[in-house]
Design a binder for this molecule. Structure first.
Ligand SMILES: [Zn+2]
Length: 499
């Protein structure tokens, strides 16, 4: 990536993992990197931006995104505020009545049924909307509630309950066959990429269920190249990835200077919201400990094969028993990579993560949604949920993200939740596991530290100091959540400019 040289004048560099110069300073950017830093750099004829003392940080990463799902969310019916099947049905029915198009599929997103007093049924959805397809996707994306018209159109057997876990992951890629269910996402990609640049995001790991490798090979040549992408593959794509000779870190075909091959993604267990996360103890009031989506033997075999072909691994584990199983597979395969979510942990596994060098890819904003459900289904587990403090103290490499669309693609929201574990007026949930703004920022820059000569010119200019001294965690989180992003640069190219 090469763009015209640039001189940034009067930036205050925020220390990220190592000290920063005090006071405003100039930076010169050349060939995608910081080439010079110093007070009052001489005019070399390059383009200049005077940032008037704004704060400069390394660009932000979201280490877990489902980009196409996130893009589709813009046009999906929001059913996230519902607290019963009746709530959802009311929203769907009124949307149906208001729409003039009688044939296209109603696709809704965001319900969380695990805490509901009564279970959702296909019959109720059929009664609400009998004559056109309806697909409702849960807020954790681990189950889907389809009416019979949609089931028939997809050639699926009729049933009376939502479809969950592996059976649901098999249905996900079929949804495009339903009329109007998945409009071409190119337009929506433009919107979500612009939004991401406006939040200072310079890179994502894409965990989309469909082939994100193919998607980015199509999007980048269309000019959708304003952030870096590591595109993952799921198990079903592993053979093709190996056949194509793609190793983690390799440039993607068609991916220009921004898209590279990411990890092999495997979903080892379910989720809290679907009551399928695999736990050591049964869910309170229920006769289940969750489910395994892959056997320990299959998992180990897949990781060994991935490692032999130069791929890293990103393995989803939400329940404590799943994390233990996944760590065993990391140990036995010797593969590099991350546990995705690591939501509920046995503290002993944190020590193992540190020893094995397994990264924790955690989405703190999910604690906003999961707090009450956790207390209901995993009572007394606040200090074993989202164990950020313990991870940082143990030396586990922490990488924050959103799991968008499960939470919005917004690193500031993730950092705020990591710092102050409450979305409302209640005190922090599991306060002992909170981390500082400096630690949260460090976990959001893909390992990039305080910009210095030679650093990637993936840089963000902020209207306020993200590490401003705050009296309490609520104030610090408020500073993060309301942060103004003045400019975002990727490889020295300005992709967002509000200066
Ligand atoms: Zn995910």
């Amino acid at each position: 990536m090469q763009y015209e040289p640039l001189t940034i004048r009067a930036a205050r560099i925020v220390p990220v993992g190592r000290p920063a110069p005090s006071g405003p300073i100039d930076l010169r950017i050349r060939d995608g990197h910081v080439s010079e830093i110093g007070p009052a750099l001489a005019d070399d004829g390059s383009r200049e931006i005077d940032v008037a003392g704004r704060w400069l940080i390394p660009g932000l990463w979201d280490h877990h995104v489902h980009m196409t799902q996130w893009a589709h969310t813009l046009s999906r019916l929001d059913v996230s505020g519902s607290s019963s099947p009746g709530d959802v049905l009311r929203i769907v029915r009124s949307h149906d009545r208001a729409s003039t198009d009688r044939h296209s599929t109603i696709v809704g997103f965001g319900y969380r049924s695990a805490g509901w007093a009564s279970a959702p049924t296909v019959r109720d959805l059929d009664e609400a909307v009998p004559d056109r397809p309806v697909v409702l996707i849960s807020g954790d994306a681990h189950n889907g509630w389809l009416n019979s018209t949609a089931l028939r159109l997809l050639d699926l057997p009729l049933r009376d309950t939502p479809i969950s876990e592996n059976a649901w992951f098999d249905v996900f890629p079929l949804l495009a066959a339903l009329p109007g269910a998945e409009p071409d996402p190119v337009h929506a990609y433009r919107t979500v990429l612009q939004d991401a640049a406006g939040k200072g995001v310079v890179g994502i790991t894409d965990m989309e269920f469909e082939s994100s490798v193919a998607t980015w090979g199509r999007m980048v040549p269309l000019g959708l190249d304003t952030l870096r992408v590591r595109a993952s593959t799921y198990l079903y794509g592993l053979e093709a990835t190996i056949a194509a000779g793609l190793r983690t870190g390799d440039p993607l075909p068609g991916g220009g200077a921004v898209a590279t091959m990411g990890p092999l993604k495997i979903i080892a267990d379910g989720s809290l919201g679907t009551m399928t996360a695999l736990c050591c103890a049964p869910y309170a009031g229920h006769d289940t400990r969750g489910t395994c989506n892959v056997s320990p033997e299959e998992l180990l075999e897949a990781l060994r094969s991935a490692r032999a072909h130069g791929l890293d691994a990103a393995v989803h584990a939400i329940g404590d028993a799943a994390a233990t199983m996944v760590l065993d597979a990391f140990r036995d395969s010797g593969i590099r990579g991350s546990i995705e979510h690591a939501q509920l942990l046995d503290p002993a596994d944190i020590t193992r993560m540190a020893t094995l060098g397994v990264r924790a890819s955690v989405q703190p904003a999910q604690l906003y949604d999961d707090r009450d459900l956790s207390e209901q289904l995993w009572p007394g587990c606040a200090d074993r949920s989202f164990m950020l403090r313990s991870m940082v103290d143990a030396g586990v490499q922490l990488a924050l993200g959103s799991d968008a669309p499960v939470a919005p693609l917004d690193p500031w929201l993730a950092m705020a939740a990591a710092v102050h574990r409450s979305a409302d007026s209640r005190g922090p949930w599991g306060a002992a596991q909170a981390i500082t703004p400096a630690e949260a920022l460090c976990a959001s820059t893909d390992g990039q530290q305080t910009p210095t000569v030679g650093s990637r010119a993936d840089l963000v200019l902020l209207d306020a100091d993200p590490l401003a001294v705050a009296h309490d965690s609520a104030t610090a989180a408020h500073t993060l959540r309301t942060m103004g992003v003045a400019a975002t640069l990727v490889g020295g190219r300005v992709v967002h400019d509000a200066l």
